[in-house]
Design a protein around this ligand. Structure first.
Ligand code: GTR
Length: 331
């Protein structure tokens, strides 16, 4: 930098400091810590890594993202807690565990809520998605900023014992569910025994027989190598839950408005980028799990499953009814 430019910049910085703001260029470097339960290469992880590169380029290296994949900073519960404290900045989490905190989010956790991927995408991309995201951001104690949605396909049951084709096949099976009473109720309504635990505890629970299996989308089943413990993957399709990228409110409040805008915009771009990565990753995961010995079966009579979860809707859908009606009307 030429001396004259430097002087001008210093003067500008001094003036801005007096005014209470610092010009962007004079701001210190900041490394945003990001985390995900999934490994490098997983669609959500890759989308955030790419977002980090774009952020770094746009700010000449002043802002960057350091990714801690594979539960390096703990399970989803720990990730949320650390983001709330500002110990990390970006966490990619499922809507699943947020339901008990932000009631409107539970609408996406209802079994068989969405007709298909296209329906789900239309809802999260549109005004309803923006509204629910705002509920999270505005929540007085969640201490998180909702940045964007991400795809997570459809969740199917897998277990060590047998393929699930009918409700009767689920009888007596202990199936791990995410930490939200709605999911335990869902599995129980389907005839199995729902057991709530963190994703980080699942492998051990399958190894020791604490559970017979779990339920998840193909990429999670594949990248976690869950087929090694539960080879029957049955396409029950009972849940379709989008994921969210959240930012620590504590750190957010310390950022300059222009940086907040930049991060928010890049997160929106990451949402679309992750979607492409998602469909590629899903197809790839299916190939890999089959090659690894997973036995995949379709469920012919889905209606039986849809009818069985009626008590879950009766219990949880009441207050969410207007929102549900609007979601169902999206086509
Ligand atoms: C995955 C999701 C994770 C986590 C996990 C689980 O599909 O990407 O965020 O929620 O499921 O079952 O806990």
């Amino acid at each position: 930098m030429k001396r004259r430019e430097f002087m001008a910049l210093t003067a500008a910085a001094a003036a801005a400091t007096t005014a209470g703001t610092l010009p962007a260029m004079a701001q210190a470097k900041m490394v945003l810590k990001a985390t995900d339960v999934h490994p490098l290469g997983y669609p959500t992880v890759e989308a955030v890594v790419r977002m980090g590169k774009k952020l770094e380029a746009a700010t000449n290296g002043r802002l960057s993202i350091q990714m801690f994949p594979s539960m390096q900073l703990g399970g989803e519960k720990e990730m949320i807690e650390q983001a709330q404290l500002g110990a990390l900045q970006i966490a990619r989490i499922s809507v699943g565990p947020m339901g008990p905190l932000v009631p409107e989010m539970n609408v996406f956790n209802l079994p068989f809520m969405f007709r298909d991927n296209a329906h789900m995408e239309k809802v999260i991309d549109g005004p309803i998605g923006a509204e629910i995201m705002k509920k999270l951001t505005d929540h007085p104690t969640a201490n998180l900023i909702g940045l964007c949605w991400m795809n997570a396909g459809t969740r199917n049951v897998y277990n060590a014992k047998k393929p699930i084709s009918t409700l009767a096949d689920l009888k007596g099976l202990k199936i791990r569910m995410m930490g939200n009473p709605l999911f335990v109720d869902t599995m129980n309504a389907l005839g199995g025994n729902g057991v709530a635990m963190g994703f980080d505890q699942l492998i051990n629970a399958m190894q020791t027989g604490v559970v017979d299996g779990a339920e998840n989308n193909e990429p999670s089943y594949d990248s976690g190598q869950h087929y090694r413990y539960a080879k029957y993957y049955s396409k029950t399709g009972h849940l379709m839950i989008p994921e969210i990228l959240v930012f620590s409110k504590k750190t957010w409040n310390e950022l300059q408005p222009a940086d907040r805008d930049l991060i928010a915009r890049m997160a929106k771009e990451a949402q679309q980028e992750q979607r492409k990565l998602w469909y590629e990753g899903e197809a790839e995961a299916l190939k890999k799990m089959l090659a690894a010995g997973a036995v995949v079966n379709e469920v012919a009579n889905k209606k039986e499953f849809q009818e069985a979860v009626k008590p879950v809707w009766d219990k949880y859908a009441g207050a969410l009814k207007p929102l549900i009606d609007r979601i169902q009307a999206v086509n």
